[in-house]
Design a protein around this ligand. Structure first.
Ligand code: B3K
Ligand code: ZN
Length: 875
């Protein structure tokens, strides 16, 4: 397969203005008839040159132009292209009729079946699996769609826009006609047909229009829709209040399906969701699930403006809509929950996943330069680093400046397909700022390093900060970025000091400044600094970089106890733990005895007992850096030594802090019936984190405590947390709890995913246990959620089992990838990435991982999805 390059962009040879589609849905094949109005783009193609459309797995039945059927010489089709010659002029109507097979579509792209219903997934290039088309995002058209199907089996027939007609057809069939007045690219097309429950609500917009809201789920899930509806209403309100953006159609539909390759899809007026991000009832979904549902609903809703009204010119620009929309949903969640907690959760995820990707074989700029399979580039780099880049605009321009930039972006580009440069220009022009250098965030891959050196000059009472940015190892063409560095000085009492430049009065100066680093190295000097301060650099994680700074354990502990910036306060703890863990891992690798500095235990104890912190912040403060973050800091990683060091610290903290943890758990656990207010959520988070840490030593009384919580829980948060503790230690408590959970929930797919995942990430879960679950009657390779909860969790969260020294973990995952490759390449290509970091590991692990990648590469007929990942990993 050949890559496509960003530099090769060319406008389409034809424009499409109007599309009309007729679907005849059947149990054994579906026919799709299309009527498309084309107009030649004279700037790109010569008059008389043929029309070439894209398609995949289409059986072409008929082709006609302007009502005249074309004979065999008028058109020709290959597996991926339809060429139409003899065009009557530069504008014409093309009609085609094709036959497709949703009933045997296991790739879940295009039109497919899920739980007996029909649904679609077209982003990025799935529409071409439905009909011949110019399936690229810069071709935008209005659509009119007629869906015909059996009325008893498929009473609901949905598509984008407004329902304009319904009629009965012969033979117990019926048709519904939909019209979407907004021009859209084909990737936003959607169709759903099925027997579904509809949960209804409304929203009154800021201009007084009433929007109908409809959430469609399987009948058995009718009582799990309230939270999704509320989330949608809150999102709609928030976008009006925060960005002045109002919904445009009169109807907004969300459909939950159980077989879905990713989280959800923002199709115009008809979102299709993984049921995981819709269904929520307190006994089946945890607090974290509730928050995720709300965040994903918000994300897809926000796409209506950032993605749909203004879309991407080409797929290289994906971060234009995704980075921006992730940024928007993060702000929404921060507003609805806690800004500090959300920021810490996000950066933790960014470092674990995006930083790892950015230093591995799949490293790419947020705006990639090339791809073989676009679906491979829905990455944490495009999404999460993309959102960090958007956040930097806000840090540089301020909230108001950012809003001005957004307003100008919509004023200029509503209804268009545009580029990341257009967005940057709007931000620059609306604020009269030069953001040329800022483009480097879109051009360069890898995580830059930011080095900070501070110097306190006591006689002159000045503090000088020198900041240096340097190239990531994998970016040979690095040039300095425009980097906002949020900064403060913490005085001896723990209070912030004034940051006065020369001639300013330190007592009136701000205590936090955004320093704009544009050169490789720059220095700033602050005056009137009356005592030796401790610097707090990169507050709020103001840029996606690796901060390097020599700091004593005392200074880190001091910041951990006092920094007014809650992110940096948490991060000081992480830096402290990371140093300790890496040093211990080095000792473990040499077979030396491990000891933990009591000062580290005391630092955690202080945090736990700091009553100014909420329960979520406390639980974040005691979570140690994970396997991914630790292994990124080393070359030739010995996974066994890393795991040993981490276990040792966790067990030591568990023993030393036992009394504090028991007290914290007791105080934090909400009493009485389940409530979902902020206080109770923080309380459960702390209580369950405490229980988790306590259970690390496997003592009987803690096991009993977990059993009690498991038996009494009236909500999934507590039930899942208790089960998570009980499965860590082998014994009858483990098997009994798993059995009880299974018996209660075997009929609920999303809860069963948890049952698989909790086991797959547990300590005693080795390859033998994996194989047993792999053969379990509730396991199937055809459901992506189930695959992720067993194969995905084992490969990406169970470091013990996956990195087994005999290579059996790698082999098991490679087996799954090979099997999935034929069924569902998109899911296979996610799973195979677990093997990507092979070069980082010491022998024998690296060789064993590599051997499995090579084995996969050898498979005949490997999908291009998996081919691209494996060949970059081995390349
Ligand atoms: N835009 C979709 C993702 C589509 C993935 C295609 N493989 C969901 C989202 O980001 O909102
Ligand atoms: Zn998105």
């Amino acid at each position: 397969p050949q890559p496509k390059y960003r530099k090769d962009y060319q406008a389409p040879g034809f424009w499409i203005h109007e599309v009309e589609l007729w679907f005849d849905l059947g149990a054994d094949g579906t026919t799709v008839r299309s009527s498309i109005r084309f107009e030649r783009n004279a700037a790109v193609t010569e008059p008389g040159s043929p029309l070439v459309l894209m398609g995949e797995e289409l059986e072409t039945l008929r082709v006609s132009v302007d009502g005249k059927e074309l004979g065999a010489s008028g058109w020709s089709a290959t597996a991926t292209e339809l060429t139409v010659r003899d065009l009557p002029g530069d504008s014409f109507t093309l009609e085609t009729e094709v036959r497709i097979h949703p009933e045997s579509n296991t790739a879940l792209s295009g039109l497919y079946r899920s739980s007996g219903n029909f649904c679609t997934q077209c982003e990025a290039e799935g529409f071409r699996r439905i009909t011949w088309f110019l399936d690229r995002p810069d071709v935008m058209a209005t659509y009119r769609v007629t869906v015909t199907a059996d009325k008893t089996k498929y009473p609901m027939l949905l598509s984008n826009g407004n329902r304009i007609e319904e009629r009965e057809e012969e033979g117990g069939r019926h048709s519904v006609v939909w019209e979407d007045p907004f021009k859209k690219p084909s990737y936003l097309f959607a169709l759903v047909a099925g027997d579904l429950h509809c949960h209804r609500g409304t929203f009154e917009t800021m201009t007084g229009r009433t929007i109908d809201l409809e959430i469609y789920v399987e009948h058995k899930d009718a009582d799990k829709c309230d939270h999704a509806l509320g989330s949608l209403q809150r999102s709609m309100k928030w976008d009006e209040e925060t960005f002045g953006l109002e919904y445009d159609l009169d109807l907004y539909m969300i459909v939950a399906v159980s077989d879905f390759n990713m989280g959800a899809m923002e199709n115009k007026g008809l979102n299709v969701f993984n049921s995981k991000y819709v269904l929520a009832r307190t006994d089946t979904a945890s607090d974290a699930d509730f928050e995720a549902v709300e965040a994903v609903i918000a994300h897809e809703y926000f796409h209506n403006w950032t993605g749909n009204r203004v879309t991407c010119r080409d797929w290289f620009q994906l971060t234009l809509k995704e980075g921006l929309t992730v940024y928007r949903d993060a702000r929404f969640t921060a507003d609805k929950t806690s800004e500090a907690v959300k920021r810490i959760d996000d950066v933790q995820g960014l470092r674990a996943h995006q930083f790892a990707e950015d230093s591995g074989p799949m490293a790419h700029p947020i705006r990639p330069e090339q791809y073989i399979e676009m679906n491979n580039f829905y990455t944490s780099t495009v999404y999460e680093k993309g959102a960090e880049v958007i956040r930097m605009y806000e840090t540089l321009l301020g909230r108001d400046g950012f809003r001005k930039g957004m307003d100008l972006y919509f004023e200029r580009h509503d209804g268009q397909a545009v580029t990341c440069d257009d967005f940057r220009a709007a931000m620059a022009d609306a604020n009269g700022r030069d953001l040329d250098q800022f483009e480097r965030w879109y051009l360069q891959k890898g995580t830059p390093t930011l080095k900070a050196v501070g110097c306190y000059d006591e006689p002159n009472q000045t503090y000088t900060l020198e900041l240096t940015q340097s190239a990531p190892e994998n970016e040979p063409h690095f040039e300095p970025t425009h980097m906002p560095v949020s900064f403060g000085l913490v005085g001896p009492t723990g209070a912030d000091m004034g940051l006065a430049f020369e001639g300013e009065d330190a007592s009136k100066a701000p205590t936090n400044r955004v320093l704009e680093l544009r050169e490789m190295t720059q220095t700033w000097t602050f005056h009137g600094v009356c005592a030796r301060p401790v610097p707090s650099v990169l507050r709020g994680f103001s840029a996606p970089v690796n901060l390097e700074m020599e700091r004593s354990q005392e200074d880190l502990a001091f910041l951990f106890a006092h920094d007014s910036d809650s992110f940096n306060r948490w991060d000081a703890g992480q830096t402290l733990f990371k140093g300790v863990l890496l040093a211990l891992a080095d000792r473990a690798a040499k077979g030396e005895a491990l000891t933990l500095d009591p000062a580290v235990v005391e630092a955690v104890r202080n945090l736990l007992n700091d009553e100014s912190l909420d329960g979520s912040l406390k639980s974040q403060a005691m979570s140690l850096p994970g396997f991914s973050v630790l292994s990124q800091a080393r070359t030739h990683v010995n996974p066994a030594a890393l795991i040993e060091a981490r276990d040792f610290v966790i067990e030591t903290l568990s023993r030393e802090l036992r009394g504090d943890l028991l007290a914290q758990r007791k105080a934090a656990r909400p009493t009485g019936a389940y409530r979902a207010d902020k206080e109770s959520i923080h309380g459960r988070r702390l209580a369950n984190a405490a229980l988790g840490l306590l259970s690390a030593t496997g003592e009987d009384d803690i096991i009993e405590m977990a059993e009690e919580q498991f038996a009494a829980a009236d909500n999934m948060t507590d039930s899942q947390a208790a089960l998570g503790c009980l499965v860590q230690i082998p014994g009858s408590h483990r098997t009994q709890a798993l059995q009880a959970f299974y018996e209660r929930w075997s009929g609920d797919a999303l809860v069963m995913d948890k049952w698989f995942a909790i086991q797959a990430m547990s300590r005693p879960f080795d390859v033998a246990a994996y194989e047993l679950l792999r053969a379990h009657k509730n396991f199937t390779m055809e459901n992506p959620n189930r695959v992720r909860s067993l194969v995905g969790v084992f490969a990406m969260q169970n470091f013990r089992g996956f990195h087994a020294q005999d290579g059996s973990g790698y082999r098991a995952v490679a087996d799954a990838v090979l099997e999935l490759d034929s069924l569902n390449p998109q899911v296979a290509s996610r799973m195979v990435r677990a093997l990507n970091p092979w070069k980082q590991f010491a022998a024998p692990w690296s060789d064993l991982m590599k051997a499995q990648l090579e084995r996969i590469r050898e498979k005949k007929g490997l999908s291009k999805d998996v081919f691209e990942i494996v060949s970059s990993a081995l390349g």
